[in-house]
Design a protein around this ligand. Structure first.
Ligand code: ADP
Length: 523
């Protein structure tokens, strides 16, 4: 019957349909189902199956599609799959008989052909007949071979596709987990991939960002506020720049100002046409701030050190003039100024040394138990003098306040700094209160003033190195922005914390905790 022309026609029709299915869909099992269905029909078989070598488990054959064989009985065919192709002519019939007995199916005849891609076998296609018809002929073999070839192409395509898919998933995972922002843009500058770090950096969600122009989502601005991505996109410059890098500022959707460095790797076609690019975006705000701090440091320090030196030089020069005579009071006043300025200079230098010590590995403490109240009294005494008139110092320590455990000199430096700030930043004078109470095994101490106060958004920043709030008083008061930085380092070295509670225009209260003395704990 195979010789009939309409049969040949149908066979060609089937093969064409299968080829179409293979090109149309990359889903392997539907193509295999189609192949085995047609193969069984064309060969007047009763059932059939396709087994594919499993790449992951050492090329063991696994059934991937069948015709007229329900999935539950697939395991019964294992002895057949285990049989090497070379043993089929000799042992195939007896193994098939066993399987038939096992499944209760009548499987009398079998034709099997390997699926071969580029000389290597990727599976086997089997067609069974229930009745002992005429044997499978050479034509039958050829026909099955044609189907087997199609199935082999489908397997090979599916494997390639799976491979590409796996690679893509691996790449996607790498991009997604990158600590840097990563974004892929297409030839029309639209975002196609946007990782989690990009979401955090820009405040744009992936869903919103994908499909938008990159200049809208990332929009890197120069210091002068020009959007570089719109006006001077580094990927569009001519001549082409290999792997351009752009530094600048972005404003996230939730209003944060961030400095970023964006590196691009572009993909280009013939003639340099732009096909797409991957951008690697790094938050460099901390480095930028550090660099700015260094600059501030130099200008602040040179100013701070120069001022006392020029005052000292001015007074000394005047007092040394031979053509002038000074009253004893004027002389004493001049020398007092020189002495005060020299002290200030010494303090500044000490602060600087402390800062480099803190940066190099912390503060060393010489601890003992002592009463905070006497330390506070000591500090207040040192402030008695010209400033005392406009200020009223109040000490508020409970009589039964236990001693604290710490480095007296270092803590005196802290309290002295806080009091000095309270004086500096209270132009109208007012009362300065210093007090403490015990809570658990810690003391909570404070220095409170009625001065200009500190805006909420500045309250964390003032403890940073060189940070000074930008206000009128900043220009009028001397300071290097180191006091609170050092205070925090000293308090933290004691295992305590320091913070501020303040309202603009209403005054500030600096609080810190310190461990209480050991004596108290063991009592
Ligand atoms: P400096 O006083 O040398 O500037 P500090 O580190 O001691 O440096 O303080 C940092 C900044 O915090 C100050 O410049 C000031 O703006 C602010 N500040 C500190 N203490 C007070 C205070 N008691 N009241 C208001 N502002 C304060």
């Amino acid at each position: 019957m195979l010789e009939q022309p309409d049969h040949r026609l149908r066979q060609r029709e089937y093969l064409l349909q299968i080829s179409r299915a293979i090109t149309a869909q990359l889903d392997l099992s539907s193509v295999l189902n189609l192949v085995i269905g047609y193969a069984v029909e064309m060969l007047a078989g009763t059932s059939g199956l396709i087994a594919i070598a499993d790449e992951e488990s050492n090329d063991v054959l696994r059934i991937r599609a069948s015709a007229q064989l329900p999935r539950e009985i697939w395991p019964a065919f294992a002895p057949l799959l285990d049989l090497p192709m070379s043993d089929l002519p000799r042992r195939g019939v007896s193994v098939l008989r066993d399987v038939a007995a096992d499944t209760g199916l009548s499987l009398r005849q079998m034709i099997a052909l390997p699926l071969t891609v580029r000389q290597s076998s990727v599976g086997v296609i089997y067609v069974f007949r229930a009745a002992l018809n005429v044997d499978f002929s050479a034509d039958d073999r050829q026909l099955l071979q044609d189907f087997a070839d199609q199935a082999a192409i489908a397997v090979s395509n599916a494997r390639l596709y799976q491979g590409v898919l796996r690679e893509k998933q691996r790449l996607d995972a790498m991009i997604e987990q990158s600590a840097d922002g990563a974004m892929i843009i297409d030839s029309r500058w639209r975002i196609t991939t946007f990782n989690h770090t990009m979401e955090l950096l820009t405040g744009w969600s992936r869903e919103e960002a994908i499909g938008r122009p990159c200049a809208e989502v990332l929009g890197i601005h120069t210091g002068q506020g020009v959007n570089i991505c719109l006006t001077d996109c580094p990927l569009q410059r001519r001549p082409i720049i290999e792997n351009p890098v752009v530094d600048g500022r972005i404003t996230s959707r939730d209003g944060r100002e961030i400095y970023v460095q964006s590196r691009y790797a572009a993909q280009r076609g013939p003639g340099g046409t732009f096909l797409g690019a991957i951008a690697n975006v790094r938050d460099i705000t901390a480095q930028r701030r550090e660099a700015e701090l260094q600059n501030t440091f130099i200008s602040v320090i040179s100013h701070e050190l120069k001022t006392p030196v020029s005052i000292i030089k001015g007074y000394a020069g005047t007092l040394a003039r031979e053509d002038a005579t000074f009253s004893p009071e004027a002389l004493r006043e001049g020398l007092t100024v020189i002495e005060e300025e020299a002290d200030r200079l010494a303090r500044q230098i000490q602060d600087l040394l402390d800062v480099s010590r803190v940066a190099a590995g912390g503060v060393r403490l010489d601890r003992s138990d002592f009463a905070l109240a006497s330390l506070a009294a000591d500090v207040v005494r040192s402030f008695a003098g010209p400033t005392a008139g406009t200020f009223e110092f109040e000490l508020r320590f409970p009589d039964d306040m236990p001693p604290v455990h710490g480095d007296y000199e270092r803590l005196r430096q802290v309290v002295s700094n806080l009091v000095s700030n309270a004086v500096k930043y209270s132009p109208e004078g007012g009362s300065i209160r210093i007090g403490a109470r015990a809570e658990g095994d810690m003391a909570i101490a404070y220095v409170a003033d009625q001065g200009i106060g500190i805006a909420t958004e500045e309250q964390d920043q003032i403890f940073q190195r060189f940070y000074r709030v930008d206000n009128r008083l900043r220009r009028e008061t001397q300071g290097s922005g180191l006091g609170l930085y050092l205070a925090r380092a000293i308090i933290e070295a004691h295992g305590g914390k320091i913070w501020v509670e303040s309202q603009l225009g209403r005054g500030s209260r600096f609080l810190f905790t310190l461990p209480l003395g050991r004596r108290q704990l063991t009592d």
